[in-house]
Write a protein that binds this ligand. Structure first.
Ligand code: SER
Length: 341
């Protein structure tokens, strides 16, 4: 008898932390987690098994078939937007070939089990590419089908993987003899910038939001790499986890789309700095925009339209701007660094 499990890649990353903590509270879900790095010891208790390994290692993924019945794959592993620009081909390998390996694993599992496998994929605002700041300011809330001309390798990779997910969900082996092949139940959300109280992001371009906050909480200076008037949509990490869980547990027949925007609040870098300065009087925040990273955030939407997610699967964030900072981020971060000191 093989064990039924949820398989999570990129488990040691920011979203992985939140997701493992969530599933760790449930006794009906067994987690097998994978990450290229060691797992944070705090998270070990939530996993039935942790494998330190590479999503590009197909032998490793093939071996899972003999041991586990994977019912759901959360494919979180990815190289973020800034880091990907320093090694675009390497990022492509991890972001695209890695995702293809996971889709292949899902197909193998579906064949063995005779039923479709849920494949939950976090995509990003980076799939959008508005041509200039003026267009961004005029465009308001961006819908799923608008401005899909990404400027970064990461954005291109995420957009293409969305297409791969759609292909595996709807057209996989469409000319093969077996029409009843079990397709993948692909479910994707496009996330805004994420802010976590527990972890600090690495290699993203929306990182100035969380960096400002974490630096100020440690009484460290922060030089923000975008202009103060830069507006992006953001979300508290716990809401990103909520979205990934809500989408996972939603009945398939309710989902009219494969890919959904989700968002919570939009604000400028200046507004973030003011909230941070009010909460941490020792904060020292300056702005020295990096022209090239600025162009990336200027091509991302200032606001997302998440009406479809709200209508189809009842998406609603728990934390609006005020609650996110006052009830979750500021108190949790304060406690975190008090413990460290
Ligand atoms: N947070 C991501 C990044 O900055 C965008 O999804 O790369």
């Amino acid at each position: 008898m093989r064990n039924e499990v949820v398989f999570i890649t990129g488990a040691n990353g920011e979203i992985g932390h939140g997701l493992l903590e969530y599933f760790g509270q449930r006794d009906d879900v067994f987690i097998v987690a994978l990450d290229i790095r060691e797992l944070d010891p705090e998270l070990e208790k939530y996993c039935s098994r942790f494998i330190q390994g590479d999503i590009l290692d197909r032998n490793l993924l093939d071996r899972l078939v003999t041991e586990y019945e994977i019912r759901t794959i959360y494919h979180l592993a990815s190289v973020l937007s800034t880091r990907a620009e320093y090694n675009p081909e390497g990022a492509h390998r991890i972001n695209v070939e890695g995702s293809l390996n996971l889709l292949r694993l899902a197909v193998q599992q579906a064949e063995w089990q005779g039923r479709s496998i849920k494949f939950i994929y976090p995509s990003s605002i980076a799939v959008y590419g508005l041509p200039d700041l003026d267009t961004k300011m005029r465009s308001g809330k961006i819908k799923e089908y608008e401005w899909l001309t990404p400027r970064t390798m990461y954005g291109c990779n995420k957009l293409y993987c969305e297409h791969l997910g759609r292909y595996y969900a709807s057209h996989y082996r469409q000319l093969g003899a077996d029409e009843n092949i079990h397709k993948i139940d692909f479910r994707c959300i496009r996330l805004p910038g994420l802010i976590s109280a527990q972890t600090i992001p690495a290699g993203g371009t929306s990182d100035y939001g969380p960096e400002m906050l974490h630096q100020a909480a440690q009484s460290l200076a922060y030089d923000c790499f975008v202009r103060g008037d830069t507006m992006l949509p953001f979300m508290a990490m716990s809401d990103a986890v909520k979205a990934l869980i809500d989408l996972w547990s939603s009945p398939r027949e309710n989902l009219k789309k494969l890919i959904y925007n989700v968002t919570s609040f939009s604000l400028t870098a200046q507004e973030i700095s003011e909230i941070v300065a009010r909460s941490f009087p020792n904060a020292r925040i300056t702005f020295t925009p990096d022209e090239r990273r600025q162009k990336i955030v200027d091509s991302w939407p200032g606001e997302l339209d998440d009406r479809a997610a709200r209508d189809d699967w009842g998406w609603s964030p728990e934390y609006d701007l005020k609650r996110a900072f006052e009830d979750y981020l500021i108190p949790t971060i304060t406690k975190r660094y008090q413990q460290v000191v």
